[in-house]
Design a protein around this ligand. Sequence first.
Ligand code: BG6
Ligand code: MG
Length: 215
Amino acid sequence: MRYKGIIFDLDGVICSTDEYHYQAWKALANEIGASEFSRADNARQRGVSRMESLEVVLEKAPKVYTEAEKQALADHKNKLYQGLLANMSPADLSGEVRQTLDTLRGRGLLLAIGSSSKNAPLILERIGLRNYFDQVADGNQITRSKPHPEVFLLAARLLGLEPRDCLVVEDAEAGIEAGQRGGFDTAGIGPAAECGRAAYELRCFSDLLTIAKSS
Ligand code: BG6
Ligand code: MG
């Protein structure tokens, strides 16, 4: 087997919480008069921290905010976002993702999450994967978010594996860069499959079954 472990980003890879991030940021943007905030801006928020994501919204805002005000805006967005997460259930985990994960695990691969999000434990709980992964590395355990490789290096270390033995799966270009900087092979899905930087370009999640097959 080429790989011993797979490290998955969460938002936009395991589940569609990337859309909820967009909706919450868009609502905040409208509230503060940054209504030009667009999906193209949102693409730049993928993989980066909450405060860095806020800066993308504030580029379109009509006023300058203090650090304390920025913190309050980020907290407000997070409340809006968590309101959307509250409606999630195991039905929000697609059968394709669940079956692919189960098959990969059945092949003996170790599976981990490597996410910049501080909401990762909450999301995993909502979609019924709280105790599923062998390890979870998330935004609560790191100081530098993607494109820094810290979260992936932590996930590999927790799995007891070297980066060269792990595949990183990402929807964010910043996540592909993080994987590469950490010495991992990378598979891009969605926007990351189109950025031209991923070693593997997934058309769908179950394409992983071909990449991580016995050899
Ligand atoms: C990443 C998202 O997974 O998590 C980013 O792609 C987000 O857009 C980051 O900013 C932090 O998320 P949270 O849930 O801690 O605000
Ligand atoms: Mg993502």
